[in-house]
Design a protein around this ligand. Structure first.
Ligand SMILES: NC(=O)c1ccc[n+]([C@@H]2O[C@H](COP(=O)([O-])OP(=O)(O)OC[C@H]3O[C@@H](n4cnc5c(N)ncnc54)[C@H](OP(=O)(O)O)[C@@H]3O)[C@@H](O)[C@H]2O)c1
Length: 340
């Protein structure tokens, strides 16, 4: 089977995916009888390129200008890809314009794999229904905990189980800030500056620091695994901006650490309630042991009391792997459906 693919966005994740697909080409052919051909790349300000005969993914390592500028919706209409990989910037307020990119790709009958959280958190149900109607797939493993198979566990590994609670640490930037405040005795501003120097936090870090990114991931997990229909603003949200070095020191004195905890719980009456807030957790607990950019998720179900996944040291290549795993699952004919 040959899947012609196009990359929407060619930043950290898009470039990592191009490198990964080049590295894995032989194994995909051998193990899955699968060839992936790159037929297009679209960016916002570095132009776009389309070649139905196939582009060499290794040729675009640090490419600056790819081609002539082209509106991305025109690119989607013109590019002969059977699958579009959505790796443009996440808009946490309405998911646009990526939401329209995903709609356009699905409407023309192409599969979509999204690392972009925006379309998923604002329109997961609508997009899943559109994909079903068109007989294609809409997969988005990389939106939560990068390439760790968290949504795959829900889809493939927990059939028939009822998820009652999801609890995790989903935002790497804030976890690194809290780790630095404790380990290096930094105050909040110095720790934030250090995460920016390391290239982890954005120049405008509010989406991480104020808990928006964590809220989006919590809502995605709750919507997919617990059948809720939450938007980021529905998550009761408190970030870490008010945490002081003294708070961290006091917690440490009691054998505890402060972590930005994300939680979704099915309350009495059946509604799902979600929250993101700093909490003190014992240092010797699974959550207290999550340091630096590592992330963790715990599922409580009616059949498995507690299932934990920990992802160490994620990066763009981990995210690219999640997208590749989605593509392989598409090629294997897996449907991205949970019971809810
Ligand atoms: N970095 C990670 O490890 C990670 C992990 C999980 C999920 N994600 C998600 O994956 C996505 C990509 O992340 P990234 O780190 O690769 O971001 P990035 O480095 O900022 O790259 C974003 C890319 O999207 C392009 N883009 C933005 N708006 C566009 C538009 N309207 N039309 C076409 N292209 C557009 C940009 O074009 P220009 O090059 O012209 O600016 C750039 O190539 C984001 O949604 C992010 O939240 C990332």
């Amino acid at each position: 089977m040959n899947i012609p693919i196009a990359l929407l966005g060619f930043g950290n994740v898009g470039r990592a995916f191009a490198a990964l697909m080049a590295r894995k080409a032989g194994a995909l052919r051998r193990d899955y009888n699968l060839d992936i051909t790159l037929v297009g790349i679209a960016t916002k300000s570095h132009g776009a390129v389309i070649d139905p005969d196939g582009l060499d993914p290794a040729a675009f390592g640090e490419a600056k200008a790819l081609g002539e500028p082209m509106p991305t919706l025109d690119f989607i209409a013109q590019c002969p890809a059977g699958a579009f990989l959505e790796g443009t910037s996440t808009n946490p307020f309405d998911g646009q314009p990526a939401l329209d990119f995903v709609r356009a790709a699905l409407r023309k009958g192409a599969h979509v794999v999204s690392a972009n959280k925006g379309p998923v958190v604002f329109a997961h149900r609508e997009l899943q229904a559109l994909a079903r109607e068109k007989g294609v797939g809409f997969f988005f493993e990389s939106t939560v905990m990068d390439g760790a198979p968290v949504l795959g566990i829900a889809r493939e590994g927990l059939p028939g189980a009822e998820v009652r609670r999801i609890r995790g640490i989903f935002n790497s930037t804030t976890n690194l800030i809290l780790t630095l405040m404790e380990a290096a005795g930094m105050d909040f501003d110095a720790a934030l500056a250090e995460t920016q120097r390391l290239g982890l936090a954005e120049t405008d870090p509010t989406l991480d620091v104020d808990g928006w990114d964590a809220s989006i991931k919590t809502a995605i997990l709750a919507n997919v695994m617990m059948g809720s229909d939450l938007r980021p603003k529905d998550v009761d949200r408190r970030g870490i901006a008010g945490i002081t070095r003294e708070d961290v020191r006091q917690a440490a004195g009691k054998g505890e650490r402060i972590r930005l905890i994300c939680e979704a719980v099915r309350a009495e009456g059946g509604a799902v309630q979600a929250r993101v807030a700093p909490e003190r957790v014992p240092k010797d607990s699974s959550f207290g042991g999550v340091m630096g950019t590592t992330s963790i998720v715990e599922f409580e179900t009616d059949t498995l009391p507690c299932l934990t996944v920990i992802e160490h040291d994620p990066g763009p290549m981990t995210t690219a792997y999640g997208m590749l795993a989605d593509l392989i699952n598409l090629a294997r004919g897996r449907a991205n459906e949970t019971a809810r």
